[in-house]
Design a protein. Structure first.
Lengths: 451, 465
């Protein structure tokens, strides 16, 4: 802790009169093991570190200019050149009255226990053994022809943040993963399925669950065919819902809204979804994978209700987007490591659970399609226009139960229409890696395109 | 005067010897020094000018089927030796360290590029403002414009116990414009980019105003768009709209790491007819200036022109060092990695379909009903099943042989081998397009290319019956 803070303090100490400096100092350790055919295919271990420096130069009544520079090193010798480069970059930015660093806002950060020392203390041999065991368990099923990857991974991330505007924050977290990709079947009837388990530490990993999930997801697709096009109800698997919520969240970014790049802009107070749809971002829930006590500008993370019983409540803001919108930061700054600058984003989206689990939802829906996985999210979903079209794999729902598998089809609608067509929200919350929890979700009146 | 090497050869020799001190078949040092700068103009303001620097080395030790890997940002001999020890942790056989003798240094070829570091920041920013003005003057419905500029210089050095010592100096420049247009029906987006393995001289040939106008027109055009059809129709892809069709339909499936694990529909198909006889597909890292161009790959192997499919017949897969060794053949120069923090794997470079002889206009005229795709977005494939998707970002209906109504964005879905067999016409208007290819968590720049072509039928994932 202390060495990262000390470095951040030294960077901030270089501020000249008339300028503010913010230093983001990060260090990560990670281990990755891949097993293949009973052997270690690869074993990687690494420590990385870097600094990201923002310099804000006052420009009189016109506001301030912002410059940024980063370096993939924690060496003292790169500090000077990085500060100089950030300062020089600031000279070329457009002066802007809304550009500012975060200042302490009086909100107390929760104490979250996100650090499990086991990832550092467990011997590499035990990590290797877990990956080998996972591969063995998946291969043990006679229907599985190949395990293209069986991985163990863990990471420890520490971030110190300091600024001349009074910010001092330190966040650290650990994570451990297991994941397996299985291939079932032969020739043109080959199907893939991925299973995983994620936890704060070594002990929380569930090999059995990851293996069974990979086997189930690949083998239940055996014999899949391309069905005819139809308009029907779609039940999304919790993993897919986590992806869907992540996409919707980009339209809930205060920056997208103030810049006119969100279909939610100007609609606060309106009913944008069905009454059963309540969406919350709560990074203070330690069960969430990306939970954090402080955001990427050093403010306390907090719970934000975005959509309440279908009514749009507001957006997520960092400091700059909040100033542009004439409001206060919601403590929602995120950034992609030391080489990135902050912007507003979600960390821990979750839907208020409904009353039915997946089986009950399938029974109520009766007829439709169950989506196990989606492809083409980046090419087929547009959070500005709302257009939505993705490739899917899954199973038809007949008489309230999962029936024959289907492949090489798409489902399409618009995000706006989908939110207004939510039929059921599952009670089955799953804390998945990423920025959103997973839950079963049934959406009516979508277009399936097939043969 | 050549630039000094990232690491001196005598240090490399000692580090390589130490890497194999506990045994192993091969050890390799991959060193990288990457300098980047980028600028974003958004909402009429120069918001962010950013500079970055990253230096480090990744060391791998291969013993049998097992690879040990470690990386460090410390390029001193002590830092490299520590990484070597970590990478060698997988080697337990014991056995003596063999001395490595490296050949004389051959500095990276001079690219004759205008180095980004020699260009004034104000000159880069002026491009952003010019593009913003051009996009905003394209029409009153343009309500938001974001312009991005980025450059990078990536110096790499690869040395291995197989007596290999190679260097490359890769200079890349990109420029992109995204527009939002607003109308009665809501908002639509348009995107256009230029990305080249070249320096700042690229702007002598590409006018940023033109890039901006294309992006703006794309957004404005879609305000009138109708929902895309749902179901199977013939599709005409415009020349240069995105050879991403081939990147997804077969490119990934021809990467040898998927082949050796029996995780591709193209396993065992060499010598077989896997596509329409109109298809001759090349992967070529040597095409100067294209986004996937380099002198040597990230394993030190010179880039090559590799014929993957010739007149519909599968001729070869793409190979890196590890997978080529398994099959007792040479690498095809396709071993790439995102950075020194990553292990190399088989990746595409510039992947393109050779042009045909038909005229694009006639090809469209001979299509009574279908979809014309002027520009593709991204795509994704499952190599084990061959099923793939790719998205449209500018498309129209074809009715009675004419391009008519614009269509809203949608994904198209097909199965690689089936779609390749359904290509029934290829025109003569070849063009390339840059892209970013993601695989197993690593992103690398690639090029894609093709002339206007027609797929006899493919499923379009729209909503219109």
């Amino acid at each position: 802790v202390s060495d990262l803070f000390a470095l951040a303090e030294r960077i901030v100490g270089r501020a000249k009169a008339g300028e503010e400096i913010e230093a983001y100092v990060a260090r990560g350790h990670d281990v990755e093991v891949r097993a293949y055919e009973g052997e270690v295919e690869s074993l990687s271990s690494a420590t990385t570190g870097g600094i990201g420096v923002r310099v804000l130069v006052a420009n009189g009544s016109e506001g301030a200019r912002l410059g940024f520079a980063w370096a993939g090193s924690l060496d003292e010798e790169v500090v000077e050149s990085t500060v100089v480069e950030a300062r020089d970059n600031a000279m070329f930015a457009t002066p802007d009255p809304d550009v500012a660093f975060a200042t302490p806002d009086g909100v107390e950060a929760d104490e979250l226990d996100l650090w499990d020392p086991s990832v550092a203390n467990i011997a590499t041999d035990d990590k290797v053994a877990l990956a080998l065991d996972l591969e063995r368990q998946v291969r043990a099923d006679p229907r599985i022809r190949q395990v293209s990857s069986a991985d163990y991974g863990d990471e420890r991330i520490e971030v110190a943040l300091a600024s001349t505007t009074g910010i001092r924050s330190f966040t650290h977290r650990t994570a451990a993963f297991l994941s397996a990709s299985a291939i079932a079947g032969e020739g043109s009837d080959s199907h893939t399925g991925t299973g995983f388990s994620v936890a704060r530490g070594f002990a929380g990993l569930d090999t059995d669950r990851a293996a069974k999930d990979a086997i189930l997801r690949s083998t239940r697709m055996l014999g899949a065919t391309k069905p005819p096009s139809d308009r029907l109800t779609v039940v999304f698997d919790p993993r897919v819902v986590s992806t869907l919520l992540s996409i919707i969240s980009s339209a809930l970014s205060g920056e997208a809204v103030v810049k006119g790049r969100s279909f939610f802009a100007g609609r606060v107070g309106e009913k944008v979804a069905t009454g059963s749809f309540t969406l919350v971002d709560d990074p203070t829930d330690p069960r969430a994978f990306a939970a954090a006590a402080h955001d990427a500008e050093g403010l306390a993370c907090r719970r934000t209700v975005l959509i309440d019983s279908g009514v749009l409540q507001g957006f997520l803001y960092d400091t700059v987007s909040a100033r542009r919108a004439g409001t206060a930061s919601t403590g929602s700054a995120v950034r992609g490591g030391y080489a990135g600058t902050p912007g507003p984003g979600c960390r821990a989206l979750v839907l208020q659970p409904g009353h039915h689990d997946q089986q009950a939802i399938l029974a109520v829906v009766g007829e439709g399609v169950y989506v196990q996985s989606v492809t083409g999210v980046h090419s087929g979903v547009n959070a500005v226009s709302g257009d939505f079209s993705v490739g899917i794999e899954g199973l038809m729902i007949r008489d309230g139960e999962l029936a024959e598998p289907v492949r090489e089809v798409t489902v399409a609608s618009t995000l706006q229409r989908m939110l207004q067509s939510v039929l059921h929200v599952g009670s089955d919350i799953e804390w998945l890696p990423g920025i959103a929890a997973g839950q079963t979700l049934a959406i009516g009146d979508m277009q399936l395109s097939g043969s | 005067v050549p630039t000094p090497a990232l690491i001196d050869s005598d240090v490399l020799e000692r580090v390589l010897s130490a890497s194999l001190a506990k045994g192993g078949d091969m050890a390799e040092v991959f060193a990288e020094d990457r300098q980047t700068s980028s600028a974003v103009l958004d909402d009429r303001r120069i918001e962010e000018l950013s500079s970055g620097r990253e230096r480090g080395a990744g060391i791998r030790v291969v013993i049998g089927e097992t690879t040990g890997f470690a990386h460090t940002a410390d390029l001193s001999e002590a830092g490299l030796l520590a990484a070597a020890e970590a990478a060698a942790a997988v080697a337990r056989r014991g056995g003596g360290g063999t001395a490595t003798a490296l050949p004389p240094r051959r500095p990276a070829p001079d690219r004759d590029a205008v180095l980004p570091s020699t260009v004034e920041k104000s000159a880069k920013l002026e491009l952003l403002s010019r593009a913003d003005d051009a996009a905003r003057s394209a029409g009153g419905s343009i309500t938001q414009v974001q312009v991005g500029y980025g450059d990078s210089r990536r110096r790499v050095l690869i040395a291995s116990t197989e007596g290999l010592l190679a260097e490359d100096d890769q200079i890349r420049t990109r420029f992109n414009v995204s527009c939002v247009a607003t109308g009665d029906t809501g908002q639509q987006t348009g995107f256009e980019s230029v990305a080249r393995t070249e320096g700042f001289e690229v702007f002598g040939r590409y006018a940023v105003e033109e890039i901006a106008r294309i992006a703006a027109a794309r957004a404005i055009g879609k305000l009138e768009a109708r929902p895309a059809p749902s179901g199977e129709l013939p599709v005409v892809l415009a020349g240069g709209s995105g050879g991403i069709l081939f990147h997804e339909a077969c490119g990934h499936g021809l990467e040898a790491d998927h082949i050796v694990k029996d995780a591709s529909v193209y396993v065992g198909q060499v010598g077989e007819l896997v596509a329409s006889p109109l298809v001759t597909l090349i992967d070529d890292g040597t095409v100067s200036g294209e986004w996937g161009n380099y002198a040597v790959d990230d394993e030190g192997k010179p880039a090559a022109r590799n014929v993957l499919i010739e007149n519909g017949v599968l001729t070869d897969y793409m190979w890196d060092w590890l997978r080529a060794r398994k099959e007792g053949r040479p690498s095809s120069g396709n071993g790439r990695r995102q950075s020194y923090q990553h292990l190399p794997m088989v990746r595409m470079t510039n992947t393109f379909l050779l042009a045909g002889t038909e005229s694009a206009d006639e090809l469209i005229a001979q299509t009574p009903r279908g979809v014309y795709v002027a520009k593709l977005g991204g795509g994704q494939v499952n190599t084990a099943t061959g099923d793939f998707v790719f998205g449209t970002s500018e498309a129209y209906l074809i009715e009675d042989g004419k391009i008519t109504t614009p269509l809203r964005d949608a994904n198209l879905i097909g199965n690689g081998p089936e779609v390749l067999r359904r290509i029934d016409a290829v025109a003569d208007d070849f063009a390339m397009m840059p892209g970013t290819c993601g695989k197993d968590g690593q992103s690398v720049p690639v090029g894609c290319g093709q002339a206007t072509l027609r797929i006899g039928g493919i499923t379009i994932g729209g909503t219109a019956a």
